[in-house]
Design a protein around this ligand. Structure first.
Ligand SMILES: [Zn+2]
Length: 120
């Protein structure tokens, strides 16, 4: 009779700990509601030199005194302000053209004539 000891059973594999530590997920930061800022008014830039532009909308069929200045660098009247005492608005807009260079002259001042001249 052999009395050899039975081979010892192999040591069991280590059972992985089911409660393996998981890193805590970072706490959700409070959602920050960012309200969209209202868009700034996209106002067009003012015309250069504080003029009213080359075309001024006014009442139609009315007489105005109009002051304009030529900004054409090639014009002998550059930056020369001229006042026309009587300008008819026709359909309701005033545009001044330089008599020296033919460029549109930016208008700096429009004054409605009061009283309006009587045209016969
Ligand atoms: Zn001019």
């Amino acid at each position: 009779m052999s009395t050899e000891p039975e081979p010892t059973s192999p040591t069991p594999e280590p059972v992985p700990d089911p409660q393996e530590q998981q890193p805590d997920p970072p706490a959700d930061p409070d959602p920050v509601v960012v309200e969209p800022e209202p868009e700034e008014d996209t106002t067009p830039p003012p015309p250069p030199d504080g003029t009213l532009g080359t075309v001024v909308t006014v009442e139609p069929g009315t007489w105005y005194e109009v002051t304009s200045v030529c900004t054409n660098a090639a014009c002998p009247n550059l930056n020369t302000s001229t006042t026309e005492p009587m300008v008819y608005s026709n359909a309701g807009s005033i545009r001044m053209v330089c008599g020296r260079c033919g460029a549109n002259r930016p208008i700096t001042k429009v004054t409605k004539l009061d009283p309006q001249p009587e045209m016969s």
